[in-house]
Every structure is written in structure tokens, then in C-alpha cells.
Write a protein that binds this ligand. Structure first.
Ligand code: HEC
Ligand code: HEC
Length: 245
């Protein structure tokens, strides 16, 4: 589909839902699930050198939901994407395109805006260069300091090893950047990961998060939305790339 036609789709409520139905691939609900299996278009996209210039063009359609800055929305509907590792982006998009991560809202765009592994690599390369906006959604409930302190204790014990002390993740290991993500999106994802609904989840993380109560998820989301990656946030002097809003 042409970009103009895709953008027009966004303006017609209901039409998106009438788009092509997403495929469904077995994920964590299956006994044979292997997280991040090296197969499909993902390995092709990972091998290619992404061109951020071309990616910027493709990203125009994505910006309708994720915003041109990559900031997403504080209400947690659309995640913050800016500064995410290209490896993580490629994996997530391949999972969505192949039906391993359910995302009916985005599926038609993930499928139609990027025509091949090269365009997936280009778009990811572009998003990775964006600086991370600092005006994302934070915890707004009661006892902010106490919640953040409680979340910090859990995070440092059980999450830091993979997601890093500042929420920087690990590009090589496909561990996502958490810093700058919206509180409400974090809470929703962790609830879905705990409850087995995010089907492309990492089983080692699921083990860790399985026993968490809803209250603990709130605290740990409050703490995560508080994290900041030095040198990568849009407010930092010299932060790479990145159009501000
Ligand atoms: C119609 C709105 C919409 C459009 C257009 C859209 N997305 Fe999304 N995207 C979403 C939603 C909603 C989610 C979160 C789904 C969920 O809750 O699991 C998402 C999730 C993602 C994620 C996973 C982020 C994470 O933290 O795991 C990536 C990567 C992504 N989108 C990239 C893109 C790219 C690249 C494009 C353009 C080709 C695009 N999106 C277009 C709605 C959209
Ligand atoms: C063994 C490493 C590991 C541990 C431990 C771990 N995670 Fe994760 N986490 C991952 C991976 C890998 C993903 C991405 C899974 C995928 O491929 O979709 C992820 C995804 C997430 C996401 C969704 C991010 C997004 O952009 O969609 C959040 C939020 C998160 N982890 C928070 C946590 C918290 C909080 C803890 C501690 C309670 C934790 N993780 C422990 C590896 C880990």
C-alpha cells in the first residue's frame, strides 16, 4: 500500500479493524516455545545494515500513533519508541508481523508500511537514533516516594541484571530499554507478561515476575518510569539525533 493510502486509513475510524486479520503463531502458551528463535525475516533484517535516512521516511506513518518524536502517549496506549535498541525493535516488529505478539491496532501498518526486511532494518535504525523524550507518563497515584523506593528495591534485586541499572537494556541480548517508557504502558506490559498474554515474552523474566502482586507491579512500574539514561535523554546536552517535539 502507498504511504498516502496508509495515512488515509488512520483517518477513518473502524477501517483499521477491517484490515487484514493478523496471523497467529504459537508463543509462550506452547510447550515447544523457544524465545527469540533465530528464524524468519528477523534474522535477515538483523544481518542488514539499516539506513536511518530511508527509515525516517517509513517512520512517517508510524508517527501517527507513536508521534514523530517517538514519544508515544502517556495514557499507555502507544509506547515510547525513541532510542530503543534496533535489535529489540526488529525482534518486536518481526513478532508482530508474524503473529507472535498480538497487536491488532498496529498489525496492518506493521505489515503494509514495511515491505521487506531491509525496510524493517531501516525503520529500526532510524528510531534508535532518536533521543529519549523526558516528558513521559509517570506514576501519579498515592505515596510517590514510598512506591518508587519499594519498586527500586525489587528492580535492583530482580531486573537490573537484564534491563540495566538505568533501564538501558542490552542490544546484543535483545533486552529492551525501559528508561523513558510511560508508566501506564509499563504496568500493562508487565501485567500481560505475568499473566501469559504477551506471547513473545522471555521465559526467564516470566519466572521472575510470576509471583508479583498487582501492588508490586505498580511499585516497580513507578520506579521504572523514574529511570533515566545519561546522555540519551532529549534534555541532555549532546544527546544524539532526535527531533524534539
Ligand atoms: C494505529 C496505531 C499504530 C501505528 C500506525 C503503529 N503502531 Fe506501533 N504500536 C501500536 C500499539 C497500540 C502498540 C502497543 C501494543 C501492545 O500493547 O502490546 C505498538 C507497539 C509497537 C512496538 C513495540 C514496542 C515495545 O515497547 O515493545 C514497536 C517496536 C512499534 N510499535 C513500532 C511501530 C512502527 C515501526 C510503526 C510504523 C511502521 C508503527 N509501530 C505503527 C500502535 C501503532
Ligand atoms: C532474564 C532477563 C530478564 C529479566 C530478569 C527481566 N527481564 Fe524484562 N524483559 C526481558 C526481555 C528479553 C524482554 C523482551 C521480551 C520480548 O522479546 O518480547 C523484556 C521485556 C520487559 C518489558 C516490556 C518492555 C517493552 O518495551 O515492551 C518490561 C516493562 C520489563 N521487561 C520489565 C522487567 C522488570 C520490571 C523485571 C524485574 C521484575 C524484568 N523485566 C526482568 C528480559 C528480562
Amino acid at each position: 500500500m502507498k504511504k498516502a493510502a496508509l495515512l488515509a486509513l488512520l483517518l477513518v475510524p473502524g477501517l483499521v479493524l477491517a484490515g487484514p486479520p493478523a496471523p497467529k503463531k504459537e508463543g509462550i502458551e506452547s510447550k515447544d516455545y523457544k524465545w527469540n528463535a533465530q528464524e524468519g525475516e528477523k534474522i535477515e533484517a538483523l544481518k542488514l545494515k539499516g539506513d536511518p535516512k530511508n527509515g525516517q521516511e517509513t517512520y512517517e506513518v508510524c508517527g501517527a500513533c507513536h508521534l514523530p518524536s517517538g514519544a508515544g502517549r502517556p495514557d499507555g496506549t502507544f509506547p515510547q519508541l525513541a532510542g530503543q535498541h534496533a535489535t529489540v525493535l526488529i525482534k518486536q516488529m518481526a513478532d508482530i508481523r508474524e503473529g507472535l505478539r498480538d497487536n491488532p491496532t498496529m498489525y496492518p501498518f506493521a505489515k503494509e508500511a514495511m515491505h521487506n526486511p531491509q525496510e524493517v532494518a531501516d525503520t529500526s535504525a532510524y528510531i534508535q537514533t532518536l533521543c529519549i523524550p523526558t516528558d513521559h507518563g509517570k506514576y501519579e497515584g498515592k505515596d510517590y516516594d514510598a512506591q518508587v523506593a519499594k519498586g527500586k528495591e525489587l528492580y535492583e534485586k530482580q531486573c537490573k541484571e537484564c534491563h540495566g541499572v538505568n533501564g538501558e537494556g542490552n542490544a546484543e541480548k535483545f533486552y529492551p530499554v525501559i528508561a523513558g517508557q510511560h508508566y501506564k504502558y509499563l504496568l500493562r506490559q508487565m501485567t500481560e507478561i505475568r499473566d501469559g498474554h504477551r506471547r513473545n515474552a522471555n521465559p526467564d523474566m516470566v519466572k521472575v515476575i510470576k509471583p508479583y502482586t498487582n501492588e508490586q507491579l505498580v511499585a516497580i512500574s513507578a520506579y521504572q518510569s523514574h529511570l533515566s539514561m545519561p546522555g540519551r535523554m532529549c534534555a541532555d546536552k549532546g544527546a544524539k539525533g532526535g527531533k524534539k517535539k
